[in-house]
Design a protein around this ligand. Structure first.
Ligand code: AMP
Length: 282
């Protein structure tokens, strides 16, 4: 496994591999890797000749300095894990390599970025789409892998790839969860033990909504109120949003009469968590 810190070197490696006819699968991450990230690396391993993983805590996508400062880091653990999964290349740039002095160019996706995470974290998606575009230009992948865990992010990246004619296939894979249902997240380490006990309530709430919908309750407001109540009663978290949305436009639904996605975001004392569930109404 080769660790690369330098943009020109990474581009040269990618160019050589592409000329040899090798297909490159790419998993962008912010490190502190867990089974959710590794599920993406494994899929990339199965489906491509070469697996590249990037580890970069992207300051441009953090709307709050404290969140950036408390973001966990474990380079050695990360390297060991991606090596064990058979990754070929790990791209680990320094911040000033990605954003050198004078940096002035940003990529912005309209509409899909305005609600939910976009509304609660101003500038977040602009940071994501900018760094993902840069990483695509550096790693030059044929395919790239994203988690459904960050549902809105995956929709936005798919939109950007289509809109900007990027010749890359975006693969979105299911959320990996703890046995009790909590979605794996690097931020879960910032939960207190008591909050960690409460946190599975988020997934239970999503499953409750899916069950109610299957049982015939299609009124989105009623469902959202029920979900809010469960979170208020079962946790000490503050709710940023709980919403039933169209799975492609992410616009809020009045009636859940077709495919939908339930999205939620809550804040515990030192960790903001998001989760979602795709719901199919038959
Ligand atoms: P991050 O390091 O948080 O930027 O995540 C890197 C990639 O891993 C993103 O595409 C995430 O959606 C994905 N990811 C994070 N957590 C999970 C999870 N629990 N299950 C599946 N994918 C995940």
């Amino acid at each position: 496994m080769e660790i690369i810190h330098d943009v020109a070197k990474m581009q040269a490696r990618a160019e050589t591999l592409r000329q040899e006819g090798r297909r490159i699968g790419f998993v962008p991450t912010m490190g502190y890797l867990h089974e959710g990230h590794l599920s993406l690396v494994r899929a990339a391993r199965r489906e491509n000749h070469i697996v590249a993983v990037s580890i970069f805590v992207n300051p441009a996508q953090f709307d709050r300095q404290e969140d950036l400062q408390s973001y966990p880091v474990d380079f050695e653990g990360d390297h060991a894990q991606v090596k064990a999964e058979g990754a070929d290349l790990v791209f680990v740039p320094e911040r000033q390599i990605i954003y050198p002095p004078g940096y002035a160019t940003f990529v912005d996706v309209d509409r899909l970025t305005s609600r939910w995470e976009g509304a609660y974290r101003p500038g977040h998606f602009r940071g994501v789409t900018t760094v993902v575009t840069k990483l695509f230009n550096i790693v030059r992948p044929h395919r790239t892998y994203f988690g459904q865990k960050d549902y809105q992010q995956a929709c936005i990246v798919e939109r950007m790839v289509r809109d900007l004619d990027m010749d890359i296939e975006v693969v979105v894979l299911p959320t990996v969860r703890e046995p009790d249902g909590l979605a794996l997240s690097s931020r879960n380490v910032n939960l207190t033990p008591e909050e960690r006990r409460q946190a599975p309530m988020l997934y239970q709430t999503l499953c409750w909504a899916a069950e109610r919908i299957k049982g015939g309750e299609h009124n989105a407001r009623v469902l959202e109120e029920g979900m809010q109540r469960m979170i208020h009663e079962g946790t000490t978290a503050t709710i940023d949003y709980v919403a039933l949305c169209h799975p492609e436009t992410l616009e809020p639904l009045e009636q859940v009469a077709g495919p939908a996605v339930a999205l939620l975001a809550v804040r515990f004392s030192k960790a903001r968590l998001i989760d979602n569930l795709l719901i199919n109404v038959h």
